[in-house]
Structure formats: structure tokens, C-alpha cells
Write a protein that binds this ligand. Structure first.
Ligand code: WT7
Length: 704
């Protein structure tokens, strides 16, 4: 009995705790239609795409994507399911990613801009790197990695760098050698980087001395020292640290170089000037990179992405959804340190021979007109960014876009649901009412977009991610695995029934966790080799409208989406526990007008401990273990955590209190009295009158 109750409690807790519960519920909006000028030039205008990618043509339909690439050896099996759910795409095929993103364009586009780099200081000259120049720079770095750092095919290397052209150049140099890169977001702390070095088993760390952020030069080299120390304390020796220089003639960091371990890449390159390193022909299923992301447990997971499947998928989706042509100037205003940047700043656009723009700094620096000045100066005609950035730019500079002759043909958003209000501002002011806008739903794990409108074919609907991408067959299940049909108006767990080429291959070093995490919930038969038995569990709540448009409501697990970036509550909580005074910690998401969600922290103290300075210590601990991005809005000290009788902390109760909601039924808790005590300390004596329904979310901070 007790077990059954615990189980039920756990289930209820999991359901209620979800962000979906406090998710935004907008009314269904009406359609906007793409204009004729856009349709006239678009890559994807043939409605038969739906038929071509229909289930009866699966998996062969994905040949269409793979055929966008240049293969050294054509594949023999499109999809091998024999080791389900470890899908293998394009088996027997061989190719090199750097060759596909650089070398093969030289004949036709050698003298065309591949990467245009915009430094943050507005008076610093940018860089335009042509495909010819990119080719040489990638080759020279590959020579350093191979001949100086001793890196070989299959080795892992951790890259902790800011938004500078040396970052994609380093990634492509790795890809050229078949070295698996693990790029860690530059804003993550040295410790977070160290933990990823350990997990991936990297012997080499590639870093940079410094970079600009909001007008200041950040000492980034200091993070490399912390990362190496952290890795070594956990048994992973880092033999070499390769440090790029932000300025050609001086170091941007006061942190000294460690003799015999640290090397300036710019110096190492000198003897390799003009070197040519032949691209290593890799099997399609060889891993291309790892990208760490947060999940429900404390340890970030290394999502492993493949060579042939991944590149095919990002090339295909960049072409179909972002409508990238080689003549376009495309700007994805995101960071390469996240999957968005990997797929849609580096690999997708370069595979299509586009010109991809990179910006070093903060979108609102020195003012909210900056992105629009960059776009006008460079002639950007495709723009990709996050709802967070849009909300921010709208808040600080609602009239800025009007001042500039922006000329976007299409614009995409990614990372979180976009409020119809923010969507309309983006469409009317930034897109001047003429750009097609698509909202793309996907994840680190999915490699590329999985839901989005097809810009020249489907009408746009603000607030909806849109129909599934071609060749993606989603399904929404309830907790018991019963299908929630489109048009039912109910929310459930969105899954994708089939594999697709961009899906991650495994969690690095932890295949069991991979199976359990993504397939455990709805798998029908653990020994089955039929993909139909393995729905992919995305971890998001969603509803499916009668018109086939999917609306993503948010995470159903212990993940908080802060400004479009994923943070695991468990990771934050374990950071809190490094503060000696803390007995227990619980982290909950609160709704924030700009950043979507931000973490709020509840802690209880060990007996006899003083609360003096504890909130500051907790904030600092989070910043050190994860990074500034995870800093909590508030740290609240409570006498005890609300708990179930089995001792589980009820985060949903705390989340309700933080979000100014009624906390609902707490009679099953072991200590209900503490809940009211906490509520009064957060919300004040007066009780929140109504039990919050989904629409009430607007009352606590949504701008719309
Ligand atoms: C989570 C994945 C994939 C790029 C950036 C984030 C949320 C992503 C949307 C969207 C609503 C979205 C989901 C998802 N999400 N795109 N268009 N509408 N929610 O990658 O860090 O792996 O986070 O971001 O909750 O699961 P990520």
C-alpha cells in the first residue's frame, strides 16, 4: 500500500511539477500568410513534400537530405534498426564534414564570404572570411591539432570559447580529422567546463584568453585554469591547453600561461602556414561531436551526434525551413556553444555554402539598435533568434527596428514558446510585415528542427510551433501511454514515433541512461528491432490543434528553460549544497517577462547555522559551479521543505508559491503547516484569492 501511494505521489508530483502546469496558454491565433515575393524564390514550394516524406516512404525519404551532401562513398543501408534504439543512418556511407562545409564549395564559391564576424566594440573592424580563406585556416588549425597536440580520429577535445571566428574554424579542424569536439558554452564556469572535460575524457582543452561582453574584456583564460584543476581533481589529466588570442598583438588576459601546458594557438600556427591536411573520410555513423545538456539528474549528459545523419539533417532543414540559398546572408543571433549555433550557425549554413554571420557580443550593446545596424550593414536577409532576445529588444528598443531599412525575407525563432504579442512585434517591426516567420521546436537531442511551419507552404500561427517537419511523425501520449488525438484540446507528453537522421546517437559513456531517459517511458518491447516500438520521449508537454499545429507548453521534467537555455534543477540544487550551512535545497522556475523562466532557490539550514550571508553564498556557489546564466533571482531561507510522507520535496508547492499561485491541496504532505508559513513569507498575509488556472499566468509577469 505504502509503495503504491509513493508511486502515485511520485507520478502526481512529476505531472504537477512540470513547467507545463504553469505554462502559457494563449488562445488560438489566426493565420498569417507568406507573401508572393518570398514564395517566388523559396527552396520548398512543392506541397508534394508531405507525400514524399509520408510514413509509407520512410526511411528512404531522407535520401533527399543526404543527397545534399557530397559522399566519398554512397551508403548501402538508409536506416539500420538492428540495435534499437541506437539508430544508424546511411550505413556504409563515408564522408567528411569539413570537406562538405568548406572544400567542396571552393570551385564555385571560393571567393564568397563564408563567415562574417562582427566584434562587439562597434569601432573595431569586422572580418570577412571567404571560403578560400576558411579552407586555409581550417587546414592550418587541423595541422596544429594533429602535429602539435597529437589528436587523432576518435579522440575527444573540449573547446571552451566565446563567439569568435576561431571557434567554428577549430570545430571544422576537428571535423577534418574526425576528432570529436565537445564545445562548452563560453559563459559556463571553469568548473562546469572541467566536469565536461572529465566526462568526455579530453586530454586537450582549447580556450581563448578573453573576449568582449557588454563593453568589458572578460578574462576567460582564468576559466581554463579552473577547468583543468577540476578535471585533474577527478582524475582526468589535461596535457595541453591551447589558448587563442583575442587581440593579434597582446594577451587579453592577465592570467599567466602555465609553462609546458599552455600554448598560444596563434604562435603554434606560424610553422603550419599553408599546410594542407587531407580530410579523413569518416563512416556516416562516426560521432561528430558531443553537446552536453541538462536533464533530470545532477549530471549533464553528453548528447552524441553523428557525422552523416546529423549533417544531412541540418543541411536539409536549413534549406527547407530557413530557406538558405548560397546567395543569402544569414544571421543566427545565438551562441555556437549551444546546439542552435552548432546546427544553424556552423554546420547547416556552411554545408549549403551560405554566408553565415557571427556576432561576438550582447544584442543590446551599446543599445537596442545594434542588431539592426549589423543586419543593414551586412545585408542580412535571413534572421534567426530566440524569443528571449526578441522580448529584450522589444522592451528596450520597441521603436528601434523602424529606424532601419531591414530587409528580411524570413525569420525564425527557437528555444521557447513565443508569446503572440512578441511574435507580432517581430513580424511587423523587424520583418516589416513581409518576412515569413517560423517558430522552430527542437532540442539538443534532436539535432535539428522537428516542428515548424514550412515557410512558403504553411501559414504562420503566432504562438504555435506548427506542424511536424517532413519525415517526423509525432504523437502525444498521456501518462498511461494512451494517445491524445489532435483537436482534443488536451495536453500530454509529446513523442516522436520514428527515428530521423538528426537524432542523437547515445549519451556519451552512458547508453543505459540514453535508453531509459528517452525511450523507457513508452517503449513497447525492449528487445524489438522495429522502430515503431520505440517512441522518442521529448520531455515536453504539448497540445495538438485540429489544424495539425503543435503548441509546445514546456518541460515536463526537472528542467528549467532560462532564456532558451536548459538548466537542470538538480544541478542547481547540488551547487547549493556545496555551501556548508545548507541542509536542503529546492529550485523552482518562476515566470519572467524577459527570460521566460528564471530559477528561484529555497534552502533550509543545518541546525545551529546562522543565516548570515547565506543567500549571497548560494548565488556565488551556483555561479561558480554552473555559470552566471544560472544565477537565481531570489534565495529564500525556509525552516523546512514541504515534503511528502516519503520524504520527497514538493517543488510544485514551492513553485506555486513563488509564482503567486494558490498551492492547492497539501493534505497528503507530512508537514502541511510549513507550507502556509512559507507562503506568508513570500506572498504576504493576504491569501491569493483564486486557484490559478493556466490563463492566470498573465497576472504574474507576462508582458502580454
Ligand atoms: C527545450 C530544448 C533546440 C534549440 C534550443 C534549445 C524548449 C525549444 C521551442 C519552441 C517551445 C521550445 C523545449 C525543448 N523549446 N524550442 N519553438 N517552442 N519550446 O535547446 O537547450 O536542448 O532545450 O527547449 O522545452 O525541450 P535545448
Amino acid at each position: 500500500m505504502a509503495e503504491a501511494r509513493d508511486d502515485r505521489e511520485a507520478k502526481e508530483d512529476a505531472m504537477r511539477l512540470s513547467e507545463a502546469e504553469i505554462a502559457v496558454h494563449w488562445k488560438e491565433e489566426s493565420y498569417f500568410y507568406p507573401n508572393a515575393r518570398f514564395i517566388g524564390q523559396a527552396n520548398l514550394t512543392d506541397p508534394s513534400v508531405t507525400e514524399r516524406f509520408a510514413e509509407k516512404n520512410f526511411p528512404e525519404c531522407f535520401r533527399e537530405y543526404a543527397d545534399l551532401l557530397t559522399w566519398d562513398k554512397y551508403w548501402t543501408t538508409t536506416l539500420d534498426t538492428s540495435k534499437a534504439p541506437f539508430w544508424k543512418w546511411f550505413v556504409g556511407g563515408r564522408l567528411n564534414v569539413a570537406y562538405n562545409c568548406v572544400d567542396r564549395h571552393l570551385g564555385k564559391y571560393g571567393n564568397k564570404a563564408a563567415i562574417v564576424y562582427v566584434p562587439e566594440p562597434e569601432d573595431e573592424a569586422g572580418q570577412t572570411i571567404t571560403y578560400n580563406e576558411l579552407y586555409h585556416r581550417v587546414n592550418e588549425v587541423a595541422a596544429v591539432l594533429r602535429d602539435f597536440a597529437g589528436l587523432r580520429t576518435g579522440d575527444r577535445v573540449t573547446i571552451h570559447m566565446p563567439m569568435v571566428p576561431e571557434l567554428p574554424i577549430t570545430m571544422l579542424a576537428c571535423a577534418r580529422l574526425g576528432v570529436i569536439h565537445s564545445v562548452v558554452f563560453g559563459g559556463f564556469s571553469g568548473e562546469a567546463c572541467g566536469a565536461r572535460i572529465v566526462d568526455s575524457g579530453s586530454r586537450v582543452l582549447i580556450s581563448m584568453d578573453g573576449y568582449y561582453r557588454s563593453g568589458k574584456v572578460i578574462d576567460h583564460k582564468a576559466n581554463a585554469d579552473i577547468a583543468v584543476a577540476k578535471a585533474e581533481s577527478e582524475g582526468q589529466k589535461v596535457e595541453k591547453v591551447l589558448v587563442w588570442r583575442r587581440f593579434p598583438d597582446r594577451s587579453a588576459s592577465p592570467t599567466p600561461m602555465v609553462e609546458g601546458r599552455d600554448f598560444v594557438v596563434n604562435d603554434l600556427l606560424k610553422p603550419h602556414r599553408g599546410a594542407i591536411v587531407p580530410p579523413v573520410s569518416m563512416p556516416a555513423e562516426a560521432p561528430l561531436f558531443l553537446m552536453y545538456t541538462s536533464g533530470s539528474t545532477g549530471k549533464p549528459k553528453g548528447c552524441q551526434h553523428s557525422t552523416g545523419g546529423y549533417l544531412s539533417y541540418v543541411a536539409g532543414t536549413s534549406r527547407f525551413i530557413q530557406d538558405i540559398h548560397p546567395t543569402d546572408v544569414y544571421w543566427c543571433m545565438a551562441d555556437i556553444g549551444w546546439i542552435t549555433g552548432h546546427s544553424y550557425i556552423v554546420y547547416g549554413p556552411l554545408a549549403l555554402a551560405a554566408t553565415t554571420v557571427m556576432y561576438e557580443g550582447v544584442p543590446t550593446y551599446p543599445d537596442a539598435g545594434r542588431p539592426w545596424r549589423i543586419a543593414v550593414r551586412l545585408g542580412v536577409n535571413i534572421f534567426h533568434t530566440s524569443p528571449t532576445a526578441i522580448r529584450m529588444l522589444r522592451k528596450v528598443g520597441p521603436d528601434e527596428p523602424k529606424k532601419y531599412p531591414l530587409n528580411f525575407k524570413c525569420m525564425t525563432t527557437v528555444g521557447e514558446p513565443i508569446e503572440p504579442e512578441a511574435w507580432r512585434w517581430y513580424y511587423e517591426n523587424v520583418g516589416k510585415g513581409q518576412a515569413a516567420v517560423t517558430d522552430t521546436w527542437w532540442q539538443t537531442e534532436t539535432g535539428g528542427f522537428v516542428c515548424s511551419t514550412k515557410p512558403a507552404l504553411d501559414p504562420m500561427k503566432p504562438g504555435s510551433a506548427g506542424p511536424p517537419m517532413p519525415g517526423i511523425y509525432p504523437i502525444i501520449y498521456d501518462e498511461e501511454g494512451k494517445e491524445i488525438p489532435a483537436g482534443s484540446g488536451k495536453a500530454g507528453n509529446i513523442c516522436i514515433r520514428n527515428p530521423w537522421p538528426g537524432i542523437m546517437q547515445t549519451i556519451w559513456g552512458d547508453p543505459d541512461r540514453f535508453v531509459k531517459n528517452y525511450y523507457g517511458k513508452y517503449n513497447r518491447n525492449p528487445t524489438s528491432q522495429d522502430w515503431r516500438d520505440w517512441p522518442y520521449f521529448a520531455g515536453d508537454g504539448a497540445t495538438w490543434a485540429p489544424d495539425g499545429y503543435i503548441r509546445i507548453l514546456g518541460r515536463v521534467d526537472d528542467v528549467i528553460n532560462v532564456a532558451g537555455h536548459r538548466l537542470g534543477t538538480k544541478e542547481l540544487e547540488s551547487a547549493c549544497l556545496t555551501v556548508p550551512e545548507i541542509a536542503e535545497a529546492a529550485v523552482v522556475p518562476i515566470v519572467d517577462a524577459e527570460r521566460g523562466r528564471v530559477p528561484e532557490v529555497y534552502v533550509s539550514l543545518k541546525p545551529g547555522m546562522s543565516a548570515d550571508g547565506v543567500p549571497e553564498k548560494v548565488s556565488k556557489a551556483i555561479e561558480t559551479t554552473i555559470g552566471k546564466i544560472a544565477r537565481p533571482r531570489v534565495v529564500r531561507i525556509v525552516p523546512d521543505m514541504p515534503k511528502t510522507r516519503s520524504g520527497k520535496i514538493m517543488r510544485r508547492v514551492l513553485a506555486s508559491i513563488s509564482n503567486q499561485m494558490d498551492y492547492g491541496d497539501i493534505t497528503t504532505l507530512s508537514n502541511p503547516e510549513v507550507v502556509e508559513q512559507i507562503r506568508v513569507s513570500v506572498q504576504g498575509k493576504e491569501k491569493v484569492a483564486t486557484k490559478a488556472g493556466p490563463d492566470d499566468i498573465k497576472r504574474f509577469g507576462e508582458t502580454t
